[in-house]
Design a protein around this ligand. Sequence first.
Ligand code: NAI
Length: 513
Amino acid sequence: MTTQALDKRVKVLVIGAGAMGSGIAHVAALAGHPVYLFDTRWEAVERGMAAIAKDLAFLVSRGKLAEAERAAAIARLTPVTELAPAADAGLAIEAIVENLEVKQSLLRELEALLAPEAILATNTSSLSVTAMGAALVRPGRLAGLHFFNPAPRMKLVEIVSGLATEPAVAECLHATARAWGKVPVYAKSTPGFIVNRVARPYYAEALRVLAEDAAAPATLDAALREGCGFPMGPFELMDLIGHDVNFAVTRSVFDAYFGDRRFTPSLIQQELVAAGRLGRKSGRGFYDYAEAAARPEPEAEPAHAGESRLTVVGDLAAAVPLVARLEAAGVEVRRAPGEGAGQGWIEIGAARLALSDGRTATRRAAEEGVANLVLLDLARDYAATPRVVLARADKCGHGAWAAVVGTLQRAGLVVSRIDDVAGLVCLRTVAMLANEAADAVLQGIGSAADIDTAMRYGTNYPQGPLAWADALGPAFVAAVLRNLCEHYGEERYRVSPLLQRLALQPGRRFHAG
Ligand code: NAI
């Protein structure tokens, strides 16, 4: 039996009229519930109500909301600065300051005030729902209802169960969030829940590549945005979020996992915070936001002549569409048999071009006995990507390099070079996102389907990390991580036991069918 959503007549009490609380009140009122919006400060309630009115008016002006619906939603909202008048609420959602003791004290007050069957929800992003529930007489009635900012626009809601949360409460919130037009996923109360945990490598890997001075932020941002379809590059995204906030989340996840090296924060980001370069809000972060400041361009290789023919040796796996693209651009393609699946390469002039497998080009050149080795970074769709990222072995000659670059340019591709780091930037980022997602599945934090949904709707990733790993093949992703692990000698890159398990069984995937 599926649990029903809360009836629209059930009154919703939102506590904390800041950015999140007013957004949640907006969503609940628009969905048809009478809503109390509470804050201890009258100015905060007024500001929250004004923000909702402005947002709803904007939707009307854009033709996304009928005037009558706007007026009805506004009429359903009651601003309050005392809790007693809201005692008839059936659902209370707190979005106050992120402090465990303060939240526990508020929840205790709510538990005493509301009917015993009322549901209590917390919008916390980083505190334990279990610990919050421990302060209550009926911890089963409490769950996390984690909206993303801005709540009216972001579809994802994580429904977080603490140890004591009654399944029926989580199911009711899930159904209710869906009825409110959201995309709900179930998560277990663990640090970072799904999104704030699985997203860590998106920042961490780019910061590591930058720490090795392999390329400028603008080049790495362009690689992930254009090559992989992420809506924003990691550096511009950190500048937007604010380095103080992003660094604090990273630190709290690192500490909460007892110092698991996987979540090690970056010294580069610590320096930015120390310097007050917090990103857009302070006018400077990785980029300079002063009006007169020019935005740095991503690195692009100068034009080279390139070759009019190439030879594909063996199976190129994910890079197959690149060859079709070169062929369509008039490059003559010959084929020769190779070794195992996905072990192929492209001979261009005196160079060998291969998809990265997590080893550096220099190591691979030594192991394969080929000096002129050039590695290709992962792209989400080689048939359409405007940019490809390459790295070359230290011994690669300039002529061989220029032949590869020029040939790719024949297909209209912008080529960016980064230094010879293991796994370049896109491949190691996607592999580590998939690795983190795999561990989250293994540990029962969420299902594979929910984790992919959470990353698509909570961070706007173009594809869920597990679906991405499925497309690349779990064995390939595991091999990339093993190579990174060996290269750095760090357990940070250890392969998730679940990924290892799938990698051993050809054809097995995270998503069945
Ligand atoms: P905010 O600072 O914009 O708003 C908090 C509001 O709560 C303020 O108006 C304040 O007056 C009020 N408040 C503080 N203590 C109170 C109390 N004891 N009783 C009643 N009202 C009280 O904060 P924001 O950003 O809206 O965050 C609220 C909660 O949502 C936090 O738990 C935060 O971790 C979580 N969250 C924040 C997200 C974000 O991107 N800002 C995203 C998802 C969750």
